[in-house]
Design a protein around this ligand. Structure first.
Ligand SMILES: Cc1ncc(COP(=O)(O)O)c(C=O)c1O
Length: 439
């Protein structure tokens, strides 16, 4: 086959490329050719502020030299080793640094590649924990509780943990029963109300009392489910209820982990101590794939001695990926990225809230750190707003009826002003169109 045929690299429907989460021939959307700092450039030469941070994983901005240098020099030194057979120093170093960042003694870190794999690994360890409790107790406690609107990844098991419409065609592959927490009648601002908090805490208590489910898996901020920040205090309630019923609390911090919400991990905002934490985005600043699960010693000590965590991938804990992650942690510390995420995010939320709450077509403005969502009255409205924002010069992330702003922490004050301005202009324009159409 001559690979240098004239169609090589073709864009559009004739391309050989199949895309994630799209119809196989759907090649709509911009083609990007370069990224630096907070900016992306598309193939037409149009420059936009990247308010998506890649796939929410480029927290420090594109092209961070110390991270690239660390990755490339480890690639040259020793790109890979099979960690199930031998060891390499970059993984040890990264585990120690993560332990220091979490300020928690007695945690151990297991590495995988994607967020989905980290969640599966966490579920697997929870399942081993319950199996170790003995056949009678263990089999009763294998059930898992998740949010119906939670998203935990795209492997068959992870999709089967979610109740989102995108995952509903996935066959039920989770060996255990899955019980869903719902927001019930709460919508818009109500999603983060204290009434919603009581509603969800009550459901969790009822599920744990009736089903003996042993694992509760929660995102502190529901990403794909609509950028929903849990009601204040709820994560603490969930921890207390898990303790009451002896259930494990597994946090899916794949998206929130490493700085996104203005803390290294989102659970720090509520002083909650999870039993297991899966995280990934932000670990290598988008340079390569890496994910991790932090496991509390209390969990590991309950496993029978010598028991094996039968999980791993060819590229698990790759030295080059671990070197990139250690350099990312160092860069985040040196630039104060976590505090920047907190402060920039607080300003974005405050200004967008003031300008847009109550505007035509806007149901809510919510968020935490650099994950600010504007919920609009339909997916069509969100699509129109997203397109106008793009034309004006910023790239946002659409999830159903919600437009999310998740820029990197290196956003300058000028870029911040532009981003806000573009979003406010686009939402107002869309509102004016609606008013005209109603007349
Ligand atoms: C909360 C959450 N969990 C899991 C995942 C899956 O991660 P990955 O796409 O790396 O498999 C995502 C990805 O968006 C996520 O946001």
């Amino acid at each position: 086959m001559d690979s240098r045929d004239s169609k090589e690299g073709t864009e559009g429907a004739a391309s050989a490329l199949g895309r994630p989460w799209r119809a196989p021939h759907d090649h709509s959307g911009p083609v990007f050719v370069s990224g630096r700092g907070s900016w992306l450039v598309d193939s037409g030469g149009h420059r936009v502020i990247d308010a998506t941070s890649g796939a929410l994983n480029v927290l420090c901005g594109h092209g961070v030299e110390p991270v690239l240098d660390a990755y490339l020099s480890q690639l040259r030194e020793l790109a890979h080793i099979d960690m199930s057979q031998g060891l390499a120093r970059p993984a040890h170093l990264l585990a120690d640094r993560l332990r220091a960042a979490r300020r928690r003694d007695g945690e151990r870190f297991f590495f995988a590649n994607s967020g989905s794999e980290a969640v599966e690994l966490a579920v697997k360890i929870a399942s081993l924990y319950w199996a170790a409790a003995g056949p009678a107790a263990g089999s009763r406690r294998q059930d898992i509780v998740t949010f119906e609107r939670g998203y935990h990844g795209s492997t068959a098991l992870c999709q089967s943990l979610s109740g989102l419409p995108q995952t509903s065609s996935t066959p039920d592959r989770c060996g255990a029963g899955v019980h869903h927490l719902t927001f019930g009648e709460f919508t818009g601002e109500g999603l983060r109300s204290q009434q919603a908090r009581r509603h969800i805490a009550g459901q969790l208590r009822a599920i744990l009392a009736d089903s003996h489910a042993g694992t509760v898996l929660v995102e502190p901020l529901l990403n794909v489910g609509g950028g929903i920040r849990l009601p204040e205090g709820l994560l603490g309630d969930i921890r207390r209820i898990c303790d009451e019923y002896g259930a494990l609390l597994v946090l899916d911090e794949v998206f929130t982990g490493l700085g996104r919400t203005g803390a290294w991990f989102a659970h720090e905002h509520e002083g909650v101590r999870p039993d297991l934490t899966a995280f990934s985005k932000g670990l290598t600043n988008g340079v390569c794939a890496l994910s991790a699960v932090a496991v509390d010693n209390g969990v590991l000590e309950r496993l029978p001695s010598g028991s094996i965590v039968s999980y791993g991938h060819t590229m698990s804990a790759s030295p080059a990926a671990c070197a990139a992650a250690s350099a990312t942690l160092e860069h985040m510390r040196a630039t104060g990225a976590v505090a920047e995420a907190r402060d920039i995010g607080a300003r974005l939320l405050s200004v967008l809230g003031r300008e847009l709450r109550g505007a035509d077509g806007v149901l809510d403005v919510r968020g935490q750190g650099l994950a600010v969502s504007v919920e609009l009255d339909s997916a069509d409205t969100a699509g129109n707003v997203q397109q106008t924002v793009y034309d004006l010069g910023a790239y946002t992330r659409q999830q159903g009826g919600t437009v999310m702003l998740a820029p990197p922490a290196c956003l300058s004050s000028g870029e911040e002003e532009r981003l806000v301005d573009h979003v406010v202009t686009a939402v107002r324009k869309s509102g004016q169109r609606k008013v005209r159409n109603r007349r």
